[in-house]
Design a protein. Sequence first.
Length: 402
Amino acid sequence: MFRTLNQPALWAVTLSAAGILMVTMGARQSLGLFVSPLNTSTGLGVAAISLAMAVGQFAWGAIQPLAGAAADRYGASRVLYGGLLLLAVGSAATPFMSSTWGLILSLGLLSAIGSGAGSFSVLIGASSQRLPLEARGAASGVINAGGSFGQFVFAPVLQTLIQRIGWMGAMWAMALMTLAALPLVRTLAQPVVTAPRAANEAGLWQSVRQALADPSYQLLNIGFFTCGFHIAFLVTHLPGEVSLCGLPSSVASWALAIIGLSNIGGSLYAGACVARYRGKLVLFWMYASRALMVGVYLVAPKTDLTFYIFAAGLGFTWLATVPPTAAIVGKLFGVRYLGTLFGITLLSHQIGGFFGAYLGGIALTRFGDYGWMWYADIALASAAAIANLPIREALVAKPATA
C-alpha cells in the first residue's frame, strides 16, 4: 500500500494533513468525557448539554461544504489557519459558560465550526489535489488514521487532566494543544499537481447541482447519515452507558482510546481496500458489521472487558468509512471540487450526528437508559448497508501483467 507514497513530498503532505486531523478530531471525539463534569458544575442537565453537543454535531457538518468550497477556491491554508484558531477559542471560552445558550455558542458553534474547517473535506480535498492518482487511496487511509490516533491520545490524556486539574483546566489545555498544530498548515500550501480546469469542465455550483441530482450520490449520503448517528451517539453517551453499568469513568476513556487505536488499523486497511475493491462493497460490510456488533453487545454481560472488546470491534470501522466514501465521490465527480462535494456528504453525516447526540440525551431522560437508541442503531446500520449496494461504481481496474 505504501509504495504509492514513496516520495518525501508525498509523505510530507500526507503526514501534515494527518497531524492536523489528529488534533481536530482528537479534541472533538473526546467531548463526551466532559458531559458529567459539565453537568455537575453547571447543573444544566444531561439533555441540555446533549443539545449543545448535538448542535455542534450539526455545525461541524454544516461547515464542511462551505469550508471545502472556500479551500477549493482560495486555498486550504487560509481555511485551516482559521479553523484551528476558532477551535482554540471555543475550547478556551467553554469554562466561562454557565447556560445552555453559552454552551451552544462555545461547544456547539465556535469549537464545532473550527474543528470542521480543519477536518476531512478540506484535508482530503487539499491532499488529493496535491497527490497523484495512485497515491490518493493510501493517503486517505493514513490521513484518516491520524484522526483516529488523535482520539487514542486525547481521550486518556483529557480524562487524566479532568481528574487532576478539573474539567476547566482540561479545556484550556485542549485549546493550547490545538494551537500546536498551526505549523503543520504550511505544508498544505504548496502548489497542486492536478491538471488545470478544462474549458468545458463544469464550475463549482454546476458540479454541486449535478451531484445532488445523482442517485448514487444520494444513496451514499443516506448511508453516511447512519454513520454520523452511530458515531455521535457513542462519542457523546458512551461514558453515560458505562456509568449506568456501574463501571468507573476510566473504562469509558479507555474504551474511547481503544476505538481510536483500532481505527488506525481500520483506516489503513480501508485505504488499501479502496485500491482493490469497489468502495460500495467495503461500506456494505462495514455497516453490516456494526449492526451485528451492537446486537452482540446488547446480550453480552456488561463488564469492562466487554466494553473494551466492543470498542475494538467498532473502532475498526469507526471512521474507516471515510476513505471509501471519499473515493466514491472522487470516482463519480473527480477531485477538482472534492472538498465541496465530500463536504456535502459530511453534512449528511452530521445531520445524523445531531440526532444521535440529542436523542441519546432524550432517551436517557425519559426512559432511564439507552435501550431504544441501540435498537435504532441496529436498524439504521442495516439500512445503510443495503443502501450502498445500488450505487453506480465501476469495477476497480486490475494492473496489467507483463
